[in-house]
Every structure is written in C-alpha cells, then in structure tokens.
Design a protein around this ligand. Structure first.
Ligand SMILES: Nc1ncnc2c1ncn2[C@@H]1O[C@H](COP(=O)(O)OP(=O)(O)OP(=O)(O)O)[C@@H](O)[C@H]1O
Ligand SMILES: O=P(O)(O)OC[C@H]1O[C@H](OP(=O)(O)OP(=O)(O)O)[C@H](O)[C@@H]1O
Length: 293
C-alpha cells in the first residue's frame, strides 16, 4: 500500500492541517497518547498503536467529511459544524479554540444596534449563520441584507468599501480593533469540539479515543496536591481538598497524616493558602501528565 493510500479497514481521524487549531490539536493528541508519524507534505499518517489513520484537512471542511461519513472522527469548531449544518455527534468540548462569532461595524459608523444594519452589506466567511441571524431582523424591517462570502481577511472588507459590517470571529479583539471595528452583536459562542459520524463502524476506537482525550484534558485542568497534617486538623484540612471523589489519607508513624488530592489548577493557589492557614505543612503540588478517571 503506498504512503498516501488509506487502509479501508482503518478508523479515520480528521485533524486541522494548519491555522489556529493545528498546534493545540497535535499537542492534545500527543498528550493523549495518539502517536503517528507524518511524512513531510503528506496529509495522511498511520497511527502507531491503533488501526487508525490521521487525515489532515482544512478545519472548515472537517465537519462535512465527518457528517457525510468520509471520516469517522474529527476536531473542529462549533462554528464550523453550525455553519455547515453538519449532522455529527458532538462527543466532547476540548477546552480550547473558544471565541465568539460577532457582527462588527466600523467604530466611525457609530452603529450600535444590529437592526441598523438590516438591508446593508455584510461580508463574512459564515454566510449561513449570518443569514440565520439577519433573517428575522430583515423580516421585521421588510428589507433584504446583502451577505457576501469571503474565505479570509474578512476584517478588511469595511476598510475596502466592500461592506458596511462584517461577521467574523473575535477572541482577544486585537484583529477587530486593528481594523477599526467594534462588536455590534453576537451570532454564536464557539469552541473546539470532538465530533464523530453517528453511523461510524469504529465505535470501539471512538470510545477509546474519547477516554484517552478526556484523561488528557483532565490532567491539564487539575494538579495533585500533597501535604502533612496532625490528627486534630485532619477533618478541617481534608475538607479544603475534597478531590474529585475523596482525598487519599495515609497514617504516618508519628501520629500525623499525609493527604493527597486532585485540585483544579484555577484554585490551587487559594487552596495552598487555606491549607497553610489551617495548619497543613510540607504542601507540594505536582503536574499531571495524563489521567484516566
Ligand atoms: N482567534 C481565534 N481564537 C480562538 N479560536 C479561533 C480563533 N480563530 C479561529 N478559531 C477557531 O479555529 C477554527 C479554524 O480557524 P482558522 O482561522 O485557524 O481556520 P482556517 O481558515 O482553516 O485557517 P487559516 O486561517 O490559516 O486559513 C475556527 O472556525 C474557530 O473555531
Ligand atoms: O480577536 P483575535 O484574537 O484577534 O482573533 C480573531 C481573528 O482570528 C481569526 O483569524 P486568524 O488569525 O486565525 O486568521 P485568518 O484571518 O486567516 O482566518 C479570526 O478570523 C479573526 O480574524
């Protein structure tokens, strides 16, 4: 079989081939133990320990391929699934790629209400979602908003005189501000998700991948804290670190206890302060490299 031929018995996993999501998805796959070797310039790569082939595709096409059953599983944004009206199963949120799809108008236009854009010219890479958003406004106003598709550099359209407003993604707002635009309305909140074809014949592999990726995501959200305490404060300190299920408590030979527990990364600094104030000592925090709950 040649290097760019797909084994028909393999589960196919679509990964964004470039762009914003590429680095995040490849780091996630590595962390989840999905190993493959990709030859330079090849868009398919065979997995090392699973009967699976990775397929590198534009993020905006992945939901179509998964929905139509050409591939079994993939990573893309909610925005893309909704724009393509893809019939896919949403397996899980991945905790990255969060942003908003927004109506943006030039600051100088002083437009603050999306209703003031009804009947005007909008440029976007998301024509379906934009039409759905403007349809009820158009119906109310009795006008038709012009919606024109461009595949990239959407924010340039107003400056070029091609549009009165754009509908594009906003994360930090840097691109929008640099183009002299501001948010007038929000069409959709989005983030990256794992999707599968509901009729995939590779359900077992999909389930296994789900557990592996979930384990990796959990390991990025939590740290392990361990500390020592005397018997009289055990109940008080262990209630500060209840863990995902319960803390692990080990009796020490001096009558004290060693406690270890999972704590959310977001909470860990406050938890350490609270533990110390409550009398816990030798407080150590460990990063997790992987997990399976
Ligand atoms: N600024 C952002 N912050 C967070 N997530 C984003 C951002 N921009 C895009 N995304 C998410 O990543 C997806 C793919 O966007 P991206 O711009 O990387 O795609 P692309 O058009 O395939 O790549 P490129 O822009 O390099 O051609 C989007 O549909 C969205 O879900
Ligand atoms: O609010 P910000 O943090 O500035 O992010 C928003 C920008 O990110 C995306 O584009 P990207 O930079 O991925 O490239 P693209 O314009 O080629 O799609 C999106 O289309 C916006 O232009």
């Amino acid at each position: 079989m040649s290097a760019n031929t797909v084994n028909p018995d393999h589960c196919l996993f679509a990964v964004p081939k470039k762009g914003r999501l590429y680095e995040k998805v490849t780091a996630m796959l590595k962390g989840a133990g999905v190993e493959y070797h990709r030859e330079p310039r090849l868009d398919i790569a065979i997995c090392k320990d699973l009967p699976m082939t990775m397929v590198f595709l534009p993020a905006s096409d992945i939901s179509k391929y998964v929905g139509e059953g050409n591939v079994d599983i993939g990573v893309t944004g909610i925005d893309i699934v909704e724009e393509n009206c893809s019939e896919v199963e949403r397996v899980m949120d991945l905790g990255f790629g969060a942003c908003r799809l927004c109506v943006q108008a030039p600051v100088a236009s002083q437009i603050t209400d999306v209703k003031d854009l009804a009947g005007k010219r909008i440029v976007t890479s998301f024509p379906t979602l934009t039409k759905k958003f403007f349809d009820p406004i158009d119906a109310e106003k009795g006008v038709t908003t012009s919606i024109r598709f461009v595949s990239g550099s959407v924010e340039a359209a107003c400056g070029l005189g091609l549009a009165d407003a754009v509908v594009d993604l906003v994360e930090t707002g840097t691109t929008m501000k640099a183009a002299g635009l501001e948010v007038v309305g929000t069409v959709l909140q989005t983030e990256s998700i794992l999707i599968t074809n509901p009729d995939s014949k590779h359900k077992k592999i999909v389930e296994l991948l789900k557990h592996r990726i979930e384990g990796y995501i959990t390991s990025k959200k939590f740290v392990m804290v361990s500390y020592n305490c005397s018997a009289d404060i055990l109940d008080a300190v262990s209630s500060i670190t209840p863990g995902k299920r319960s803390p692990t408590i080990t009796a020490l030979t001096d009558g004290g206890h060693a406690v270890s527990s999972l704590v959310s990364k977001k909470e860990i600094v406050r938890v350490m302060d609270d533990l110390h104030a409550a009398g816990a000592r030798d407080i150590l925090v460990f990063e997790l490299s992987n997990s399976r709950m």
